[in-house]
Design a binder for this molecule. Sequence first.
Ligand code: SF4
Length: 175
Amino acid sequence: MERILVSSCMAGRPVRYDGAAKPVAGGHFERWRKEGRLVPFCPEISGGLAVPRAPAEIVGGTGGDVLDGTARILTGTGTDVTDEFLRGARLALETARRTGARTALLKEGSPSCGSHRIYDGTFTGAKRPGTGVTTALLQRAGITVFSESELEAVQAHLTALERASHPEKAPHGTA
Ligand code: SF4
């Protein structure tokens, strides 16, 4: 069975910087949970940051630039939390590899988990196209990353992976 590495906050855990969760409910997500596919993980907590914590943004680039050492991750008051974010990204990849997850479903907009948009580093609420640092590392390792607005695409991806691995056992919703 294909596992899905999922942002802990979307699995209902109150791990965001402000102590909130951002749960995804119903439909495919609930079924994946019941099937035991979900592997909840929060890179920022695993990287050593606390709840609550100061919000942080990537300054000078995107997640890939952080991996390449050409951008940093700072809080609004200038504290450099790049090392914690990088540690969390590496632990996310280790968790995906250990559990066999080839798919990730991560929270859009986050400097760790964003897959299409991230805050632009100006701390004004503005966003720019780009990925968070965990997403960038997972993608470089060949893991396909989706956001919470792409649940149908996740299901289609799981179906394709499971058909390729076990053509005789197509998962739910593939007839
Ligand atoms: Fe959610 Fe990812 Fe932020 Fe953790 S790092 S709170 S999992 S968006």
